[in-house]
Design a protein around this ligand. Structure first.
Ligand SMILES: Nc1ncnc2c1ncn2[C@@H]1O[C@H](COP(=O)(O)OP(=O)(O)O)[C@@H](O)[C@H]1O
Ligand SMILES: [Mg+2]
Length: 240
């Protein structure tokens, strides 16, 4: 497919070498690719292929040993840690396998939290968080704490939190890894809806069948290299 627009995310010849006690590990070997807006890109590969390393780099949690990562025109691979913290807050909406909600905060306050760091007023934070909770169908759970929610509900709260500050893209790390099959279906439907709304989503997973349900493109890593990169027709059929 030919693209005329500028990519949202550009990965240019990145290497990530871990200096371990024994021998250095080349976790990523000079890989390059670009991600365009309004696409759902899955990065798949077996354990040890470099997925978490790549996730950490795109999410601004780590820096490449060499090469560049450019997001929305900003070279994030050259940022200071303060700049990276800001990038993570404003540009990235993270969804984790283990939800990562704050245990002693209500669902509503968890969703509102990114807006606190963005400097929004309390009134604006709560109104916006309530809107997002409604979008994920959890208005009736607003005052519940994470331990009072099912796994699927916790992940829906986490999705609302990821979206609340209008990030440039969603970065999802095995988002259904801790869920049973029925709940997985719920989260898959929600991710599919986000794609249809035009959100840009990058998902890291070892689960090729999950990638096939949702992705418009699937990139496969092996031993730190891209071994395939293909456009894809998402296979998820909503139950309507
Ligand atoms: N902190 C680290 N120190 C040394 N080696 C690491 C470290 N993190 C990951 N690795 C190695 O880098 C390679 C890629 O790991 P990773 O990105 O975690 O793969 P995946 O997420 O696909 O399982 C593996 O060989 C792994 O053992
Ligand atoms: Mg991993």
């Amino acid at each position: 497919m030919a693209h005329t627009e500028t990519p949202l995310i550009e990965i240019r010849r990145i290497n990530r070498i871990y200096n371990s006690e024994t021998a250095p590990v080349n976790a990523l070997n000079g890989i390059s690719f670009a991600i365009y807006e309004q696409t759902f890109v899955s990065i798949v590969g077996k354990s040890g292929s470099g997925k978490s390393t790549l996730l950490n780099l795109i999410g601004g949690m780590d820096k490449p040993t060499s090469g560049e990562i450019i997001v929305g025109g900003k070279v994030i691979s050259k940022m200071t840690s303060a700049e990276l913290a800001r990038y993570r807050r404003t540009d990235v909406g993270m969804i984790f396998q283990s939800f990562n909600l704050i245990a002693n905060m209500t669902a509503l306050d968890n969703v509102a939290l990114p807006l606190f760091f963005a400097g929004a007023s309390e009134k604006a934070r709560l109104a916006r968080a309530a809107e997002l909770l409604e979008m994920v169908g959890l208005s009736h759970r607003a005052t519940h704490r994470p331990t009072e929610l099912s796994g699927g509900e916790q992940q829906r709260v986490a999705i609302a939190r990821a979206l609340v500050a209008n990030p440039r893209f969603i970065l999802a790390d095995e988002p259904t890894g801790n869920l049973d099959s029925r709940t997985t279906e719920e989260i898959v439907a929600m991710l599919q809806r986000l794609r249809e709304q035009g959100k840009t989503i990058v998902m890291i997973t070892h689960d090729l069948s999950l990638a096939e349900l949702l992705s418009t493109r699937i990139i496969t890593l092996k031993d730190g290299n891209i071994i395939s990169d293909e456009q894809h027709e998402p296979q998820f059929q909503s139950a309507k």
